[in-house]
Unconditional design. Structure first.
Length: 559
């Protein structure tokens, strides 16, 4: 869970503890320095509080600031002294000021960009005596110098750079887990972790109790839910190459947002309302990211569409594939550029997801039965009770999956097929070591179900499997199945020749693609083939065949 730090906004936010794990980071604040700090503070007659004892109360050795010397000499020496206090770091931007990050949870991270902010930081850490013309001239450099230091590389380069301050453990490059304090994972991954060493568990008890009460449509959907949670935990990996969490359900109150909350875990999550106009969706998205720079998961909530409309967004397609997107929309302020460590989710009951978004998606489908709004859950309310109470335990179990995978040599799942291949092979490898099956196997199903044309082609093939048939004869089959409007454009429907030509174009465009559909009796997977050669009549013709790859009977109720 990121408390702060965005080099863009500098806002400081420390989320309230809502789980076993986060609670441990705020109950017993520690003082900066060693155990003698409390005694030293007590010796001053001050009341020892929950906050660190100022270093300047313990170290009485003064620093002499010579106003007659070149500024660079004072800036470098003072910077070296302040850096030794080990709670001040530089903002990674050039001339971007300092960041205060303390191991004490009650001291919120703060970005220091003005002289008025730097002065108290100096006063708490160093005793300064200013001399001018060889005479005492005060106890603090002028505001001109204070402001200049925060933009001076001579001063700033005495401090280690800091990109993020976090209150929950995170993984850095090489899948190295942060330790309490400063962690240098390289450019963009210099992290200060406020908290205790990360907990991890080598079982999935808390996770499975949650998954067991959710009405996943298949084993693949259940496994993909775990994949979504791992993706969020590793969200600073694969910038611009992480999938959309596409969570769908057959009815309202089916648990879509609960699954997204499970995936988010202890990472800050916020929802934005879906807008059909892409510019309006972009404005909502950009606004919430700018006002909440610590966000890790953004949910496009409850997408509602009419008829055969599809959920499509060129803006989201760009965000999903840009490693460092520029976020701008009229009315939201200046454009900002940020590392793409966001995970985007979308939930919908009745909307269909466009092919472009589905190609970039991790699909999770729920198929609840009965009156789900009034159903009693054995774990209490999964979203409002179970997840808040067990988020720390679930996070420890997810880290356990990652650590087991590391212990096995970090094998990759080379069978995982997805446009974001590096992400898919890594997440697939973690799931493979854990013994979880079905990762991404539902992607083809969701593509077919959410695309009326692809669904129609699948039904067409299931009706006449393994037969080489001309486009004109397929037109008759489509008519018998009521698929004409779904498969043939309106402009081509007026004449037999037009319908044959129109369907032939559609079939040719989808050659070699695979479709999985559910009929009344079975689930059929077919692959569309196209051939132009001499068939049994001896004439050279173009024909199409749906080759059956698999058939799975649908079991009777109760079996």
């Amino acid at each position: 869970m990121i408390a702060v730090l965005s080099p863009i906004s500098g806002e400081a936010v420390l989320p309230a503890a809502d789980s076993e794990e986060t609670a441990t980071t705020v109950q017993a604040p520690e003082l900066v320095g060693n155990a003698s700090d409390a005694v030293a503070c007590s010796g001053t007659g001050l009341v020892v509080s929950d906050y660190p004892c100022p270093q300047s109360l313990q170290d009485t050795m003064p620093f002499f600031w010579n106003d007659d010397a070149p500024p660079v000499e004072n800036y470098v020496k003072l910077g070296q002294l302040l850096a030794e206090c080990d709670d001040l770091y530089r903002n990674p931007q050039h001339g971007g000021g300092l960041v205060m990050a303390s191991p004490c949870p009650l001291v919120l991270p703060e970005k220091l960009t003005k002289g008025s902010q730097l002065a108290p930081a100096i006063a708490d850490r160093v005793r300064i005596k200013v001399f001018k013309n060889g005479k005492p001239a005060g106890s603090m450099p002028s505001s001109t110098h204070l402001n200049a230091m925060l933009a001076s590389e001579a001063f700033l380069q005495q401090f280690r750079p800091l990109d993020l301050v976090v209150t929950s453990p995170m993984y850095l490059p090489g899948f190295i887990l942060t330790q309490p304090g400063y962690n240098d994972g390289g450019l963009g991954q210099r992290v200060y972790y406020v908290g205790k060493p990360a907990a991890m568990t080598l079982n999935m008890e808390a996770t499975n109790r949650f998954l067991d009460v959710m009405a996943f449509a298949s084993e693949s959907d259940r496994t993909n839910a775990v994949a979504a949670a791992l993706t969020v935990m590793l969200r600073n990996f694969w910038p611009g190459a992480k999938p959309l969490l596409a969570v769908t359900s057959t009815k309202s109150h089916g648990g879509k947002d609960t699954v997204i909350a499970f995936a988010a875990g202890q990472t800050p999550l916020s929802s934005v309302s879906y807008e059909r106009a892409d510019w309006a969706l972009q404005k909502n998205f950009v606004s919430i990211v700018k006002h909440n720079p610590d966000l890790g998961v953004i949910n496009i909530e409850n997408v509602r569409l009419d008829g055969n409309q599809k959920f499509a967004s060129p803006f989201l397609e760009r965000i999903l594939t840009d490693p460092r997107p520029v976020l701008f929309s009229t009315g939201t302020g200046d454009a900002i550029r940020r590392a793409n460590n966001l995970v985007i989710a979308a939930s919908t009951n009745f909307g269909k997801i466009s092919e472009d978004l589905m190609n970039r998606a991790l699909p999770i489908h729920l198929n609840p039965v009965g009156d789900v709004a009034h159903r009693e859950s054995p774990i209490g309310n999964p979203k409002l009770e179970y997840l808040p109470a067990h988020s720390g335990g679930i996070a420890a179990e997810l880290r356990g999956l990652i650590e087991r995978w590391k212990a096995e040599g970090q094998p990759l799942d080379e069978t995982a097929k997805h446009p974001f291949s590096a992400w898919a092979r890594t997440i697939g490898g973690i799931l493979m070591v854990a013994g979880l099956k079905g990762f991404l196997e539902n992607l083809r199903v969701r593509k077919t179900e959410d695309d009326p044309l692809r669904n129609g082609l699948g039904l067409l093939g299931a009706a006449r499997p393994n037969e080489w048939v001309r486009a004109g004869e397929w037109v008759l089959v489509a008519g018998d199945l009521g698929l004409t409007k779904r498969l043939i454009l309106e402009a081509d429907r007026d004449t037999p020749a037009g319908r044959e030509r129109g369907l032939g174009i559609v079939l040719s465009a989808h050659r070699d693609e695979t479709f999985e559909v559910e009929t009344d009796d079975e689930i059929v997977t077919v692959q569309l083939e196209k051939g132009r050669r001499r068939f049994e009549d001896g004439k050279v013709t173009t024909r199409y065949r749906f080759n059956v790859l698999s058939r799975k009977p649908i079991p009777e109720d109760g079996k």
